[in-house]
Write a protein that binds this ligand. Structure first.
Ligand SMILES: CC(C)(COP(=O)(O)OP(=O)(O)OC[C@H]1O[C@@H](n2cnc3c(N)ncnc32)[C@H](O)[C@@H]1OP(=O)(O)O)[C@@H](O)C(=O)NCCC(=O)NCCS
Length: 225
């Protein structure tokens, strides 16, 4: 397929209808959800997508870009976000998501141009890793990224709380009051004799990270229902 002149520019609010249209071409996106076939972890409706793109456009840690042809015709889009490759080890990276090229314009170099723009953006903000999530069965997309040197990093698994509860036994679902949620007026267990080891470890981690205890403790949705 012959390459054509392609330019990548930042998207603006006026481009939201184009972004929503292109977004429909993403496998597992909201178009398939309407048929009730979307996978867990891929959510939303067309309405919320308009809102999401507006939010992304306003977010200083994200860039929404469009690949356009010579006459300005939109060919594809991508979203770049400043992330870390791991929640515990701070390896700053740029995550490319929503890399979508219009079905009528594939194999003309727009996908490569969008990845090149991600590299330029990463260079601009001083990050030297680029990351992308790809559905396991999307063989063409895996091939596309592999050709550009992207190596597999992790396999991400997802489920809903309802589905997980069906798989877990009743004993595992028993509420564990006080284990995960800190009650107001209760002193941290690490400061008391006989504190539970798990709680002591959580509090020790809190001290190491320097974050307030409350921000790292969460209620257990499995135990609450
Ligand atoms: C993946 C995608 C973005 C590639 O965009 P594109 O504009 O067609 O890619 P390019 O033209 O820049 O292709 C560059 C090279 O990647 C490889 N490549 C691209 N599409 C490929 C395919 N379907 N199968 C195998 N290799 C492919 C080829 O090496 C190609 O070079 P060539 O055409 O000279 O052989 C596009 O297919 C797409 O939008 N897919 C649907 C949306 C999607 O799943 N996005 C990924 C979200 S993670």
């Amino acid at each position: 397929m012959p390459r054509i002149p392609i330019r990548v520019r930042e998207a603006a609010a006026a481009d939201i209808p184009i972004l929503v249209r292109l977004g429909k071409e993403l496998p597992g996106g909201y178009a398939s959800r309407r048929r009730g076939t979307s996978r867990p972890g891929l959510t939303s409706s067309p309405l919320t997508f308009e809102h999401r793109y507006a939010e992304a456009l306003a977010d200083s840690r994200r860039r929404v870009v469009l690949a356009v042809g010579e006459d300005g015709e939109p060919l594809g889009m991508a979203v770049f976000a400043q992330v870390s490759t791991s929640p515990l080890v701070d390896v700053p990276a740029v995550q490319v998501s929503h890399l979508i090229v219009d079905g009528g314009h594939r194999r003309k170099g727009a996908g490569r141009a969008l990845v090149a723009a991600a590299a330029a953006y990463a260079g601009e903000i001083g990050r030297d890793q680029i990351m992308v999530n790809v559905l396991p069965g999307a063989r063409d997309v895996h091939r596309f990224y592999a050709r550009l040197g992207f190596a597999p990093l992790v396999v991400r698994r997802v489920t809903s709380i309802a589905a997980l509860r069906r798989r877990l036994g009743a004993a595992e679902l028993r509420p564990a009051p006080g284990l995960l949620r800190r009650r107001p007026g209760v002193r941290p267990l690490s400061s008391r004799a006989g504190a539970r080891p798990a709680r002591r470890a959580a509090n020790a981690a809190s001290e190491l990270s320097g974050l307030p205890v409350r921000s790292r403790l969460w209620s257990n949705p499995l135990a609450e229902r």
